[in-house]
Design a binder for this molecule. Structure first.
Ligand SMILES: *Cc1c(COP(=O)(O)O)cnc(C)c1O
Length: 354
């Protein structure tokens, strides 16, 4: 007996991993350091009693979509929800990618854009960012004209480099492509601008803005993400997702947490203030630092190898992300902004290690 080989186009793919090492201070996966508000947890737990768990959930998650639409000031027909924004991305790729179609990404960026594309049989064209990790409208226009992709991925703010794309870059993409422009705003709440203001402009019907409850909302464990897009794109996502893909518990969690938006804003404010402090401290050390509009900072130790610095931090029970083996990120590390205490622990451990 032998197990059949997996799809030949998958055999070269490595799964997505983030090193899981025991450490007291965990600043490696860009989660919120804050638990969701206790009022929400109490509300959620109390609500569980009313869920009819013997029944399938609302297949179209209508109440949740209406609540998100209300918060984001759009029509509910323009909202699609799934188990994390990763599943939203997968749905978009299943509907608009697939065999014979191409997705364009600008690297370095979020590895899952190309990973999920390949899993769905979509071929990936990876174009390097400019040396300072930015993009310009002309550069993006040129890449789209050359490759004619079905989907263009932008990540704003970009993980792992930290900066947002300019609205001009997004407009250039929308003006040039005939495919979808997917703007991943997983860290959008930490940034100054949002792509959503481009829905009304040229090509706005091809714009998809993807968001998640995993980062700012402190609900990475719940697995809930969504996109805002033209109703036709939302329907296309419904046509490829599994029936009842979003559990009633997930739908309930999302609806209930939205009531606590102002507490989330407080968390965002605290993280942005800490980001400024950590950036200032890093700038005094022997490292190169990139500016950030997100809840993480990319930096490169100048006189020591990244792996040694990473290990030095782990030895002091601080876990950050080693990006040094990623393309174009030689020698780079990425730290998530945590609580004040966690950030201080990181900065002290880094000073000792350096
Ligand atoms: C963390 C992250 C996500 C979140 O994915 P979920 O599936 O919603 O948890 C999406 N996009 C980017 C760029 C991220 O960094």
């Amino acid at each position: 007996m032998s197990i059949p080989p997996i799809r030949s186009d998958l055999s070269a793919l490595v799964g997505y991993h983030s090193a899981q090492v025991d450490a007291k201070v965990r600043l490696n996966t860009n989660e919120s350091p804050f638990a969701p508000p206790q009022e929400f947890v109490d509300d959620f737990v109390a609500g569980l009693k009313d869920e009819h768990l013997n029944r399938y959930p609302d297949r179209r998650a209508s109440a949740l979509r209406a609540a998100i639409a209300h918060a984001d000031e759009v029509h509910p027909d323009r909202v699609f929800c799934a188990n994390g924004s990763n599943e939203v991305l997968q749905s978009l790729l299943l509907a608009y990618g697939g065999a014979g179609r191409q997705a364009l990404v600008f690297e370095p960026t979020y590895a899952l854009h190309s990973h999920i594309a390949r899993v769905t049989g979509t071929s990936v064209v990876a174009v390097n960012r400019l040396p300072d990790f930015t993009l310009s409208p002309d550069y993006v226009r040129g890449a789209i004209e050359k490759e004619d992709p079905s989907l263009v991925f932008l990540c704003s703010p970009n993980n792992p480099t930290g900066l947002s794309e300019s609205l001009d870059v997004m407009k250039a993409a929308l003006n040039t492509t005939s495919g979808l422009v997917i703007v991943d705003e997983a860290y959008g709440q930490f940034a100054l601008d949002s792509a959503t203001q481009l829905f009304k402009g040229v090509g706005g019907e091809r714009l998809v803005v993807v968001r998640t409850f995993s980062k700012t909302w402190g609900l990475a464990g719940v697995r809930l993400g969504y996109c805002l897009a033209d109703p036709a794109i939302v329907e296309a996502c419904f046509s490829v997702c599994l029936p009842y893909h979003l559990s009633s518990l997930t739908q309930s969690a999302g609806m209930r947490v939205l009531k606590y938006g102002s507490l989330m804003d407080d968390h965002v404010e605290a993280i942005v203030a800490e980001r400024t402090r950590v950036l200032n401290e890093l700038n005094k050390l022997d490292v190169e630092v990139w500016p950030s509009e997100s809840n993480f900072i990319l930096f490169r130790p100048l006189s020591q190898g990244a792996e040694m610095v990473w290990q030095g931090l782990v030895d002091r029970s601080v876990l950050i992300r080693d990006c040094s083996s990623w393309k174009s990120l030689e020698g780079c590390l990425r730290v998530t902004i945590g609580t004040r205490e966690e950030n201080t622990a990181f900065l002290n451990a880094l000073k000792e290690t350096l």
